[in-house]
Design a protein around this ligand. Structure first.
Ligand code: SF4
Length: 245
């Protein structure tokens, strides 16, 4: 290989490694210096293929049609009591060719107002986490266990999840991501049919219908407990390992 090309590739690899180390410090809550703010938008060499359509996702037009037909089936849903207090249904959004699907608990106030998932304060943190993976929000898919906001942001009841989850199952099956990231205990426990706390469910790779699943803390919990960002960072690294595999 051309010596100049080798030096250039080694330099790029070193810079990429440095970027990941600095991001790890930042998201680990160890450092939050103003001059690190540009890191998330810094071009990353590493997992450059992540979020780009994989071979099995080349039929994204069909995938879009499937998602749109699921949304049509859902319609102006009144299947559970949550419809009474919602403003808008939050179906989910992102790329049908996404390598990663993030699944949260349910819409909050901002999401209910806008009809979009993770657009409040917790959503801003999720955006940062996604950027730390070297991805744009549009390259992943984001949705929730239930599509209507539970009153006072309470945890959705099991009967509400049971009625709503067939639509989530269809969405994930339409996307068939390389990995699912369950955000928070409600999502992780229901997807995995487990009663274990999130602290026990995170830190290992599970499977949902043959798709690897990584559980991590909900961004809203991380806002209240920044010391856990370090653990969440390790979960993100695990996500990267799977999609880079
Ligand atoms: Fe329908 Fe799901 Fe909303 Fe319940 S939470 S009303 S099942 S869309």
């Amino acid at each position: 290989m051309n010596p100049d090309k080798i030096i250039k590739e080694e330099l790029l690899a070193t810079l990429t490694g440095l970027r990941w180390s600095l991001l790890s410090l930042r998201y680990g809550g160890i450092a939050d210096w103003p001059h690190m703010a540009g890191l998330e938008t810094m071009p990353a060499k590493g997992p450059s293929h992540i979020g780009q359509p994989a071979t099995e996702h080349e039929n994204s037009v069909d995938g879009e049609k499937v998602l749109s037909s699921i949304q049509q089936d859902l319609g102006d849903c009144t299947r559970c009591r949550l419809h009474r207090t919602r403003t808008r249904i939050v179906f989910g959004e992102g790329s049908v060719g996404a390598s990663i699907v993030f699944v949260g608990e349910g819409p909050g106030f901002e999401e209910d107002q806008q009809g979009r998932p993770f657009v409040g304060r917790a959503g801003k943190l999720l955006d940062k986490m996604i950027r730390a993976l070297g991805l744009a929000r549009e390259q992943v898919y984001i949705c929730n266990m239930v599509k209507c906001r539970p009153p006072d942001n309470r945890t959705p009841n099991s009967d509400e999840i049971e009625v709503c989850s067939p639509f989530l199952v269809k969405q994930i099956e339409a996307i068939r991501p390389q990995v699912i990231c369950a955000l928070g205990a409600c999502s992780a426990q229901n997807l995995l049919h487990s009663t274990s706390p999130i602290s026990r469910l995170r830190g290992k790779i599970h499977h949902w219908r043959g798709i690897p699943l990584v559980a991590t803390f909900h961004p809203a919990y991380l806002l209240r407990n920044p010391a856990q960002k370090s653990a969440a960072w390790h979960d993100l690294v695990e996500l990267l390992r799977i999609v880079s595999g």
